[in-house]
Structures are given as C-alpha cells and as structure tokens.
Design a protein around this ligand. Structure first.
Ligand SMILES: *[C@@H]1O[C@H](CO)[C@@H](O)[C@H](O)[C@H]1NC(C)=O
Ligand SMILES: *[C@@H]1O[C@H](CO)[C@@H](O)[C@H](O)[C@H]1NC(C)=O
Ligand SMILES: *[C@@H]1O[C@H](CO)[C@@H](O)[C@H](O)[C@H]1NC(C)=O
Ligand SMILES: *[C@@H]1O[C@H](CO)[C@@H](O)[C@H](O)[C@H]1NC(C)=O
Ligand SMILES: *[C@@H]1O[C@H](CO)[C@@H](O)[C@H](O)[C@H]1NC(C)=O
Ligand SMILES: [Cu+2]
Length: 274
C-alpha cells in the first residue's frame, strides 16, 4: 500500500503519465499490459502435491487434487489457462487461487511463495473487478475468472488471461513461479510450482489436451516433452523484473522523460521486490 502510494507520487511529481494516470476512467488503479508475444508451444504446468500444506484441511491425509496448465494463446496473445481441481475441501469456500510471486521451496512451505504476482504493484485493495481485469493483480486468477464454489467435488475451467505471461524476462512471467490454493479466509491449503512441460513450436491445441497421469511423456503428438520435468530451474541470466507498464515510456516523448520513466520503472520494480 505504502509503496503503491509512493510510486504514484513519483510519477505525479515528474509529470509522466504513469499507467495509472493514463486511465480515462475514474479508476486510479494501474493497468497491466496485455502481452501479445508469448512464445508459442511453451506449455507450463503446476500440479498440486499429494499432501496438503494446511493439514487440518484433510485430517485423514490427502489434498486438493489438480493442476493448472498454461500455454500462449492462438496468436501468442494472452495465456490459455486450463484449471482442473477435484477432491475439494468440504467447507471453507468459496476457494481462491492465484499466481504467486515466488516458487515453493523444497519443503513445500506455501507461505514462502510470498504475495500474489503483481507486477503493476496495484496491491490487494480494492478487490479485483473482473469487468476491469487489466486493473486486477496479474496473478489474481480467481478474482478475474471466478472463485471455486464449495459443496462440489470438482472444478474445471479454461480461459484466456491477457496479462499473465509465458515470456521469460518480464514481470508478468509466471513460468518460474507458483500458484496457491486458498480457503475463502486466505489460509493457504496447498501450492505448486510451474514447470515447462513442453516446448514444441506447435500452436496451442496441445495446451488443452491432458497428458495422461503417468509420468511418461504421453502428451499429444505435438508435444516434445521427454518425460523430464525441469524442477523450477530458474534461469539466472534473466534478471529484469521490470513491470510491464512500459507503455508509459513511449508516451514520455523526450529522452529526458524516457530516462525518468526508466528510472521510475526501476524504482517501482525495486519497491515491488521489497
Ligand atoms: C480433470 O482431471 C481429472 C483427473 O485427472 C480428469 O479425470 C478429468 O478428465 C479432468 N477434467 C478436465 C476437464 O480436464
Ligand atoms: C480458515 O478457514 C478454515 C476452514 O474453515 C479453517 O480451518 C481455518 O482455521 C481458518 N483460518 C483462519 C486463520 O481463520
Ligand atoms: C515457511 O516460510 C515462511 C516465510 O518464508 C517462514 O516464516 C516460516 O518459518 C516457514 N515455515 C516453516 C515450517 O519452515
Ligand atoms: C522469474 O522470472 C522473472 C522474469 O524473468 C524474474 O524477474 C524473476 O526474478 C524470476 N523469479 C525467480 C524466483 O527466479
Ligand atoms: C530431455 O531429458 C534430458 C535428461 O534425460 C534433459 O537433459 C533434456 O533437457 C530433456 N529435454 C527436454 C526437451 O525436456
Ligand atoms: Cu494466493
């Protein structure tokens, strides 16, 4: 909240139209950039573990079952998410799930995934308005596409999000991050890391096909995964986490302003990390 305010003040002080200030609506929230160059055929998948992180959710052992699969949209615009959960908790819903900024460590500690993926630093409040999805936290998938009702065993849904990205190197990239499944009261029930499971150049049809439960690479023929799932080996060469608000830069016009914009985006990135 504080850093969000600070960022707004910075932009205001220099007179550069921040993403937030470009809005012609009454909303003061920053807007996420739609990503139109997500690499085709890169399929990411996160599968929940066998045991819940929040043990009281499954006193007899076990967990929510399911996964999120993601791949670039047909023209590389947006990301198609296929969400499929079952064995949902009997109470405590409606459940939410989000892309979180950090990966799950080896010990499975969902708290260590930190906050929601939020490269525009819009923060938690006010809640996401799905009718204005660009102003939601990029990682707030259930905010944008619907919470999971309780009193049903399974939930499955496929949708395209314009703002989360499979393009490495930008803040909206989630391929090296995680998702968390929550009770309505935000308690973290379980979490899982995304990993690249296929990287053929073929288009998106493969995304919606379900590889068998076996650990073999029996995906669709167009998938080239060879059965090994890289365990979140974060590419260390890619360091820039500049938020995808770079749309502010072209609007800045002069070199001086562009310089300021870069500095501010960097400042925003630093505050985001803090
Ligand atoms: C969801 O996963 C279950 C269990 O793996 C599977 O049987 C079901 O077909 C999947 N549903 C969809 C819509 O993919
Ligand atoms: C959240 O809800 C769950 C399910 O109702 C409950 O077990 C848990 O104790 C709650 N956590 C908090 C912090 O209230
Ligand atoms: C889980 O991670 C959080 C945040 O990193 C930390 O405070 C907590 O001690 C960890 N819990 C365990 C059991 O390691
Ligand atoms: C994930 O990737 C993004 C974009 O490339 C990068 O900024 C971030 O530091 C990475 N996170 C981790 C945990 O490696
Ligand atoms: C295939 O598996 C080998 C290890 O067996 C691994 O080094 C390689 O990166 C994998 N290739 C792909 C495309 O997953
Ligand atoms: Cu979350």
């Amino acid at each position: 909240m504080r850093s969000q305010t600070a960022i707004s003040l910075l932009f205001a002080a220099v007179g550069i139209p921040a993403a937030a200030a470009q809005s012609s609506t009454a909303s003061a929230l920053p807007k996420a950039s739609a990503v139109a160059n997500n690499p085709a055929g890169m399929v990411y998948k996160a599968t929940l573990p066998d045991e819940a992180f929040f043990k009281p959710a499954y006193p007899e052992g076990g967990n929510v079952k399911g996964e999120i699969t993601a791949v670039a949209g047909p023209d590389q615009s947006g990301v198609i998410f296929k969400v499929n959960f079952s064995n949902l908790p009997k109470s405590g819903g409606p459940f939410t799930y989000h892309l979180h900024v950090a990966p799950v460590p080896e010990d499975g500690n969902c708290t260590a995934t930190l906050a929601h993926l939020d490269p525009t630093a819009r923060g938690e409040a006010p809640p996401c308005d799905p009718a204005d999805a660009e102003t939601c936290q990029v990682g707030d998938l259930s905010g944008k596409f619907g919470k999971i009702p309780e009193n049903q065993d399974a939930f499955s849904m496929t949708y395209t999000d314009k703002y989360a990205s499979t393009l490495e190197g930008i803040g909206a990239f989630f391929g090296n991050r995680s998702f968390v499944f929550h009770y309505a009261n935000k308690t973290r029930i379980s979490c899982a890391n995304f990993a690249l499971v296929a990287s053929s150049g073929s288009p998106t049809e493969s995304a919606c096909e379900e590889p068998g439960p076996a650990s073999t690479a029996s995906g669709s023929p167009s998938m080239t995964a060879n059965g090994t799932i890289p365990h979140s080996s974060a590419p260390t060469s890619v360091q820039t986490s500049a938020p995808s608000q770079t749309s502010a830069i072209p609007a800045a016009g002069s070199n001086i302003k562009a310089g300021w914009a870069s500095a501010l985006v960097l400042a925003a990135a630093i505050m985001f990390v803090l």
